[in-house]
Write a protein that binds this ligand. Structure first.
Ligand code: SF4
Length: 507
């Protein structure tokens, strides 16, 4: 298991820590075989042509902008923060599903480094910006996310953050997530979590001190809780965890400084997606003794039951897991069987980030839909909690069989269009906005599911089954669109194999 070192400012990127790759084409079973022993023998297939790339700074922002009482400063040219406003939108529209009736505006700033400062240094401007943000917003915590420019010129961001912390009396967290550090943009999640774990999370208090005092002087004991490392989707974990006697505390969207500081007092940590959360789960386990659940996220019947049983064993309440399983089986299995009868034998293609892509492939398997292939944005041969049981691709292949055409493709749309035009699946399932349009332009009914918790558990399979049925039955729009759409890719490219720009060799 990779050792988490919370005494150093920057986390090692995924290429180094987990042997993560962004280029591969083959089958899921082959990829898993090559991933044995932490992927020591798995080689990245580089691309001779790349259409686009994401940036770690955005993923680090994703984990910090949504902390309720925080402010975020991007230390770099203003362009590096040009897409961060989308998290303000995300925060506002998802607030009701997390019980926030009056979401406050997000506090997102940039130091706006200019050419002069990239020559003479931007540390003074950063220090002044921190003071200004504090004066304007009085946040409980300030996060600084670094960029290529501040990384290249070597500004002492950690030193400036520590000085500001002393001066202002609030935590100021430097997060090292420059785009050039990693080709795997999910390294930005780890960078954000690393900053939070090393600077904000406190050692657990003894149980007899875990209470707060109300205005009337009453002592209110903290309830037992479980950390759920997640994005911002609906709260489907809450009702399950309540049955086991726990409150749900989400990390990090909609958390507060106070809730993050006491994350070390949780009974356990669970995660919606191993790609997203295993670094934070590992930091909480190694740094603070909070046990991480080692089970693949609950997508599909088999994984859902494994998840519930593993959690039940972990918190010493196996009978509760069996009660939930019995109740939900009785309620949902007949509905799942009905949907399966309707959808069995259909074909689909998936495009998504690694963890959620595996989840979609599991749900397709449960509904009897043939997964012709998938384009997933990266592949981690290992995870930070060192658990094969927590690997959702292993779960997919074990429970529902191989995925015959698996591409590891970091959102290279030219590859996606090539493979869709070749395979012509009956359905495209996507997790990210902007990807479904390629299916629609080719006349393929396309379904975008952005809420990662929507497919969880037995109920999630029913939700997906109904949504897929609806999309397949209402295809007039995409059929018409395909008649009029112009494909920007040339006939030459569509005649090549989708992996034509991947390096050759014995991988
Ligand atoms: S890759 Fe570098 S320059 Fe581009 S947005 Fe990210 S931090 Fe800024």
């Amino acid at each position: 298991m990779a050792t988490v070192n919370l005494h150093v400012p920057a986390v090692a990127v995924r290429e180094i820590r987990l042997n993560t790759i962004t280029g591969y084409e083959g089958t899921a079973a082959d990829l898993l075989e090559r991933s044995c022993n932490g992927g020591a023998s798995l080689r990245e297939r580089g691309r001779g042509f790349t259409q686009c790339l994401g940036c770690s700074t955005s993923n680090a922002a994703c984990m910090t902008v949504l902390v309720q009482d925080g402010a975020v400063i991007s230390h770099g040219p203003v362009g590096c923060s040009s897409c961060l406003h989308e998290f303000a939108f995300t925060y506002r529209v998802n607030a009701p599903v997390r019980g926030l009736s009056a979401p406050t505006p997000r506090h997102i700033y940039s130091t706006n480094l200019t050419e002069d400062e990239t020559v003479f240094g931007g540390s003074d401007k950063l220090a002044a910006s921190i003071r200004e943000v504090y004066e304007r917003e009085h946040p409980a915590v300030i996060f600084i996310i670094t960029t290529c420019a501040s990384g290249i010129i070597g500004d002492d961001v950690e030193g400036v953050a520590n000085d500001a912390e002393e001066e202002l009396g609030i935590p100021v967290v430097a997060i090292f997530c420059e785009g050039f550090r990693s080709k795997v943009w999910t390294s930005g999640f780890d960078a954000g979590y690393h900053g939070i774990a090393r600077k904000l999370i406190r050692p657990p208090r003894p149980p007899e001190e875990r209470f707060s005092i109300t205005e009337t002087g009453e002592r209110v004991w903290d309830k037992p809780f479980v950390n759920v490392i997640n994005f911002w989707g609906s709260d489907f974990f809450g009702p399950w965890l309540e049955r086991f006697g726990f409150e749900t505390r989400y990390i990090t969207p909609y958390s507060t400084l106070a809730s993050l500081q006491t994350a070390s007092e949780a009974r356990a940590s669970v995660q919606i997606c191993t790609t997203l959360g295993s670094y934070m789960a590992s930091a909480l386990e190694q740094g603070f003794g909070v046990e991480a659940l080692r089970a693949a996220p609950p997508y599909g019947v088999a994984a859902t039951e494994r998840w519930l049983r593993t959690f039940g064993e972990m918190v010493e309440k196996p009978e509760v897991a069996e009660e939930i399983i019995a109740e939900e089986r009785a309620k949902y299995l007949p509905q799942i069987a009905e949907l399966r009868a309707r959808l069995e034998g259909r074909t689909a293609y998936v495009t998504a980030g690694a963890g959620h892509g595996h989840a979609m492939l599991q749900i397709l398997g449960e509904l009897g839909i043939e997964a012709q292939g998938a384009a997933l944005f990266h592949h981690d041969p290992a995870n930070d909690i060192d658990s094969e049981e927590a690997d959702s691709l292993v779960a997919r292949v074990r429970d529902y069989g191989d995925v015959p055409r698996l591409s590891i493709c970091n959102k290279q749309e030219f590859e996606l269009v090539n493979v869709l035009a070749r395979l012509r699946p009956q359905l495209l399932l996507a997790r990210h906005g902007g990807m479904t349009l390629w299916g629609a332009k080719l006349g393929i009914p396309s379904l975008l599911i952005g809420d990662e918790q929507w497919g969880m558990g037995y109920q999630g399979i029913v939700r997906y089954g109904r949504a897929i049925s609806e999309v397949l039955e209402n295809d007039e729009f995409v059929v018409n669109l395909a008649r009029h759409a112009i494909n920007p890719y040339s006939k030459w490219w569509l005649a090549q194999t989708s992996s034509a720009f991947l390096e050759e060799g014995d991988f």
